[in-house]
Design a protein around this ligand. Structure first.
Ligand code: ADP
Ligand code: MG
Length: 345
C-alpha cells in the first residue's frame, strides 16, 4: 500500500538559477525504507524538506496516508503532518536529559508521555541512559536518541538526512544495521538521504537516485546496480571500465585483443564495451583472451584491484580475489564475462 505519493514536484529557491528539484514523482510503500541518493547539490535535502513541510514546492502535489498535504497553494503545516525528522547533526537539546529529549515531541493526548518515552528508549536500546545528557553519549548512541525522539510521537513517516555521515567508518557498519533493525521492528516507513552508495545498497529496500534535481531511477538495489537506466546511474554505483571496440563477424576487436561474441555482427559502427571491475576475470594462461601490461595492484583485504594497460596507455581495472599474487608478472590475461555494448559516439 502506498503511504506517500509525490506528483510532479518542482522547487526553485528564489535566488537560484536552476530548479533544486525538478518534476519528481514517486510513491513510497507502507513499511519500506527508501534511500534517496545523489551527489552533493542534487536536491536530496530539498526533497526531504518539501515532504516535511519546511519548504513549499512551486508545483506538484504530495499526499501522505491518503490525505493531500500539498497542492497548489494548499499546504498542511509541518507540525500537523505527523512526520518524524532526524537531522544530520542530530539536533538534540544539550541541556535536557535523554528522557526529556525523547518526551519533547510527544503530545499529552497520546497518554503518559514519560512512559511512551521510556518504551521508545528501550526499543532503541538506551533504557539505562535516560537520566544522562547528550554529551555523555557516543555518536552512535546520540543518533539513537535522535531516532527515538523522532519515532516516539508515532509519525506516519520518518525522514532522516544523512544519518550516517557523522560516524566513523568502523562504527558506521554497526549503526547502519542497528538503525535498520529498529525501523523494521517498529514497522515505520522511512526515507533516508545519503550520498554514500554503500549506505543505500546495504540499508534500503529501494533506492531513488537524483541528479541535478531530476529523479533518474527508483528500484530495488539489485536492479539499480545490474540494470541501470542510464550511464549516470551505472557509474554512480561504482566506476565502470570502457574499451572501444570494432565489431566484426565473430566478435569485437579491441586494443586489448579480440572478444568473441556472435552478437557483434549486429553492430555496424564502432562501440564501447562497458564492464564493472568484478565482471572480468584475470586468468593464468594466454589463450583466446585479452591481455595488457600490469601497471598496478592494490590490496583491499577482501579483494585486490589490478590495473591493466594497453599499448596506448588506456587502462582498465579488474577485481580479483585477495590471495592472487602478481609478483614478477608483467603481462596479464583476462576475459570479460559480462559487459554492455553501447554506441561509441
Ligand atoms: P543535497 O541535499 O542533495 O546536497 P540540496 O537539496 O541541499 O542538495 O540543494 C539542491 C540545490 O539547491 C543546490 O544547488 C543548492 O545550492 C540549492 N539550495 C539549497 N538550499 C538553498 C537555499 N536555501 N537557497 C538557495 N538555494 C538553495
Ligand atoms: Mg543535503
Amino acid at each position: 500500500m502506498t503511504i506517500l505519493s509525490l506528483q510532479k514536484i518542482s522547487k526553485k529557491y528564489s535566488q537560484a538559477k536552476d530548479f533544486a528539484v525538478n518534476d519528481v514523482s514517486f510513491d513510497v510503500k507502507e513499511g519500506e525504507i527508501l534511500a534517496l541518493v545523489g551527489e552533493s547539490g542534487s536536491g536530496k535535502t530539498t526533497l526531504l524538506r518539501l515532504i516535511a513541510g519546511l519548504e513549499h514546492p512551486d508545483s506538484g502535489s504530495i499526499s501522505l496516508s491518503g490525505q493531500v498535504i500539498v497542492e497548489g497553494k494548499k499546504s498542511v503545516p509541518a507540525h500537523e503532518r505527523q512526520v518524524g525528522m532526524v537531522f544530520q547533526d542530530y539536533a538534540l537539546f544539550p541541556h535536557l536529559t535523554i528522557l526529556d529529549n525523547v518526551k519533547f515531541g510527544i503530545k499529552k493526548s497520546m497518554g503518559d508521555r514519560s512512559q511512551i518515552a521510556k518504551n521508545t528508549l528501550e526499543l532503541v536500546g538506551l533504557k539505562e541512559d535516560d537520566t544522562k545528557y547528550p554529551h555523555q553519549l557516543s555518536g552512535g548512541q546520540q543518533q539513537r536518541v535522535a531516532l527515538a525522539r523522532a519515532i516516539a510521537p508515532n509519525p506516519k513517516i520518518l525522514l532522516m538526512d544523512e544519518p550516517f555521515s557523522n560516524l566513523d567508518a568502523l562504527l558506521k557498519d554497526q549503526v547502519r544495521e542497528e538503525i535498520r533493525q529498529i525501523i523494521k521492528k517498529t514497522g515505520i516507513t522511512a526515507i533516508f538521504v545519503t550520498h554514500d552508495t554503500k549506505d543505500a545498497l546495504s540499508t534500503a529496500d529501494r533506492i531513488a537516485i537524483l541528479h541535478k534535481g531530476y529523479l533518474q531511477q527508483i528500484d530495488i538495489p539489485k536492479e539499480l546496480y545490474e540494470n541501470p537506466v542510464n550511464p549516470y546511474v551505472a557509474n554512480f554505483f561504482g566506476k565502470r571500465n570502457e574499451i572501444f571496440a570494432t565489431p566484426a563477424e565473430e566478435g569485437f576487436y579491441t586494443s586489448f585483443g579480440f572478444v568473441m561474441d556472435p552478437e557483434a555482427k549486429k553492430h555496424k559502427h564502432p562501440v564501447r564495451l562497458i564492464f564493472r571491475p568484478e565482471h572480468a576475470e584475470v586468468v593464468q594462461r594466454p589463450g583466446q583472451q585479452l591481455s595488457g601490461k600490469i601497471v598496478k595492484t592494490s590490496y583491499f583485504g577482501s579483494h585486490q584491484m589490478v590495473k591493466i594497460e594497453d599499448e596506448d596507455g588506456k587502462q582498465v581495472t579488474i577485481r580479483t580475489n585477495p590471495g592472487r599474487s602478481f609478483e614478477g608478472m608483467e603481462q596479464a590475461f583476462f576475459y570479460l564475462w559480462k559487459y554492455d555494448v553501447e554506441e561509441a559516439f
